[in-house]
Ligand binder design. Sequence first.
Ligand code: NI
Length: 256
Amino acid sequence: MIVDSHAHYDDEQFDTDRDDVIRGIQQQGVIRVVNPASNLNSARKCIELSKKFDILYCAVGIHPHDAKEFSDEAVNIIREMALNDKVVAVGETGLDYHYDFSPREMQKQNFAAHIRLARELKLPLIIHDREAHGDILDIIKAEKGYEAGGVFHCFSGSVEYAKTVLDMGFYISLGGAVTFKNAKKPVEVAKYVPLDRLLVETDSPYMAPVPHRGKRNHSGYLTEIIQKIAEIRSDDFDVIAEATAFNADRLFGLGL
Ligand code: NI
């Protein structure tokens, strides 16, 4: 049993063969996927897909890249969409200071509004944090984001940062980076995170793990990531697969 806590099947890279891919991953043992939205259009698409495929659940929100789209009206639309049964989280949201595709002030406002919404709706947050640790923590503290809880996806910080995030009650999700040859911090973090606070993800179609690096990613490749984490922790594949599946179920409520 494998649960992918973060994949984007609404992405246009799946437009030609989406149904086949989603059927295929089920044959590879994937029993649930959480599909976070990137913006309002993507959120609508995610909800449609989650109605079509039993294994697919979704999060609604505006990615920091698309924070330009943020407005009070947008928050109202997200609130409305969150009423759907298959919506299990708010996101993905956060800050991305690596690409800076949206002005930082907009990203901060967008993130703060998503935290307030998650608290109001009692849904967990899916947080994207790229080179923005300080501001992420400041905004979480100011808006009491720890009351909503959630996950730091594609965690890229140090063990010290992991400790800070875990102390606030968040889960940590690891993806393809843990398999990369030059991986140092993700490997240390994979060893450090308590087994009951760890999630795994592909971030498909991005971030394909070794030996598929550079290809379009899909949830079937999660086996490479779980295998690598199992090696790092000197544990069995099944132990990691099962624990991360139950953790995702505990956080999101995926009916397992
Ligand atoms: Ni993502």
